[in-house]
Ligand binder design. Structure first.
Ligand code: B12
Ligand code: SF4
Length: 436
């Protein structure tokens, strides 16, 4: 029996509003696939949203796995790196693996504590790593028809925490009993067409791949039977990417699943009357929109592909259909100044007046590796390509070089905006001390 320990690392200090509410689906997807194809595999999943670093280290020691895999984004890679270092210093023979969005675009040399780096989808790659190949960088594509049903049982003791946290932290419809996160698709048309927004850090992943409606409804019906699930959080980038797919998904809904409600992500320019009809038929009760700015000039600089007018129209249509919105903003587009921020502020006031908005959140643009913004910054600071990403440093350099605004003014502006949000970040924060 081989033992595999999969760990989702987390960002250091800035808790996300839904931290600990959405399980690490990347890990769950590869674990489900591996379990389906290998009987001789024991798997443990840990999520750093719940545990302090010493606890994670104890779990690593106690479980004593042959393979330890990390899933990380650019901003929590530092923690995966430090844990891999800890493993290699104590048990050099254990095999360490790095996967997830940052591994796919990894640009620096700081990978010495990892035996394997998995680029792109991890399902097949993980299976091949169990055979201990000689290559360090593994990349094996998976067809959308092979995506397996997420086996939530593999989350072990953590399983109930996600649903409870989701219900506690996020405003869900009355009567929500249990929440499960899924992905209906991967990819976004805008990225596919022109490489995506200035800050999109997975800009090179072009394809839009949908799972089959049949397998998705099968998966949801398993959740309903096993856990009493009646709310689904879909993490797919843009549900409006393929109207025909959505029509089939809505039409194929099994009779016994009429009570399921959904939360989805969408691009504002994909929201029209037909889309709203489909949303209502499906029972979508929350839509996450990346509005980004109230200034059309900033939206153009962000290569967002939407206008203020389209954003306003989308929010109006959703509000009329009694669908709640979660709006997020990215501040610090090239040439951002106090005047353009005022336009964003006035848009937020308008949105809040409509009353169907639960969550308003703003971030300072972080030029993450993989994004066009990172490449622009790297032209001025080539060293950043060799460094472990540090969000504060990247943000500050970006703001200094590309905007007409002060970093601290932006921070204050974000505080002002967050006062509008009904939902506040209230998550567990996980930190490594600097000296570790
Ligand atoms: C849902 C989501 C979240 C949820 C996280 C829920 C969770 N517990 O994971 C929330 C809202 C909390 C969140 C937070 C953040 N997120 Co986020 N998030 C997403 C989103 C929309 C979907 C991720 C997902 O579940 N996909 C479905 C799964 C099945 O696919 P997958 O993750 O790609 O996994 C596959 C492969 O990557 C690989 N794989 C993944 N892990 C592993 C591990 C191993 C060992 C192996 C072998 C393979 C492997 O195999 C998987 C199956 O094929 C993506 C956008 C996207 N569509 O990918 C952004 C995204 C992942 N997030 C991103 C970012 C930047 C963040 C934040 C840093 C934002 C912030 N400033 O705070 C935080 C970091 C959170 C943290 N880790 O501490 C970026 C990452 C960019 C990068 N270069 O690293 C993305 C890509 C968005 C973007 N367009 O830029 N996020
Ligand atoms: S809409 Fe989202 S997923 Fe699509 S390109 Fe922009 S940031 Fe990337």
């Amino acid at each position: 029996m081989k033992k595999l320990h999969l760990i989702a690392t987390r960002v250091n200090s800035k808790p996300n509003y839904s931290e600990g509410a959405v399980p690490p689906l990347g890990i769950l997807a590869i674990a489900s696939y591996a379990k389906q194809h290998r009987d001789d595999l024991e798997i443990k999943i840990d999520d750093c949203a719940f545990f302090e670093v010493d606890r994670i280290k104890r779990e690593i020691e106690n479980y004593d796995a042959d393979f330890i895999g990390f899933s990380s984004t650019a901003l929590d890679y530092c923690n995966a790196f430090k844990l891999a270092k800890y493993i290699k210093e104590n048990w050099p023979l254990k095999k360490t693996i790095l996967g997830g969005p940052y591994a796919t675009f990894l640009q620096n040399d700081n990978i010495k504590y990892f035996d394997y780096i998995v680029k792109g989808a991890g399902e097949k790659s993980l299976l091949s790593i169990l055979e201990e190949p000689n290559e360090k960088i593994i990349s094996e594509p998976i067809s959308p028809y092979e995506f397996s049903i997420l086996n939530y049982g593999l989350l072990g003791v953590l399983i109930d925490n996600y649903s409870d946290n989701y219900i506690k932290q996020i405003l869900v419809p009355e009567g929500t009993e249990d929440v499960k996160a899924i992905y209906t698709h991967k990819g976004c048309n805008w990225r596919n067409k022109i490489g995506g927004c200035l800050f999109c850090s997975i800009s090179k992943i072009k394809e839009v791949e949908y799972r089959t409606p049949k397998s998705l409804w099968e998966e949801i019906s398993i959740y309903k039977k096993q856990f009493g699930t009646n709310f689904i959080h879909d993490v797919g980038e843009d549900i409006t990417s393929d109207t025909e797919w959505l029509e089939v998904f809505v039409a194929k809904r099994p009779k016994g699943l009429g009570d399921i409600r959904f939360s989805v992500y969408a691009r504002a320019n994909g929201i029209n009357k037909r889309m709203i009809e489909l949303f209502s038929k499906l029972g979508i009760s929350q839509v996450h929109l990346g509005i980004e700015s109230g200034s059309n000039k900033m939206l153009r600089k962000l290569i967002k592909g939407t206008t203020r007018e389209q954003n306003e129209k989308a929010i109006n249509l959703l509000t009329d259909a009694k669908i709640r919105t979660y709006s997020s903003f990215v501040l610090g587009a090239p040439f951002e100044n106090r005047g353009t921020l005022e336009k964003t502020y006035s848009l937020i006031e308008k949105i809040v007046e409509l009353g169907q908005t639960d969550f308003i959140n703003a971030y300072i643009l972080t030029p993450l590796p993989g994004s066009k913004a990172f490449e622009m910054l790297a032209e001025k600071y080539p060293k950043i390509k060799k460094e472990i990403p540090n969000s504060t440093k990247l943000q500050r350099l970006w703001i200094k070089e590309f905007t007409d605004i002060d970093y601290f003014y932006l921070k204050e502006f974000i505080e002002k905006i967050s006062a509008f949000s009904k939902i506040k970040s209230k998550a567990f924060s996980w930190e490594f001390r600097e000296d570790e």
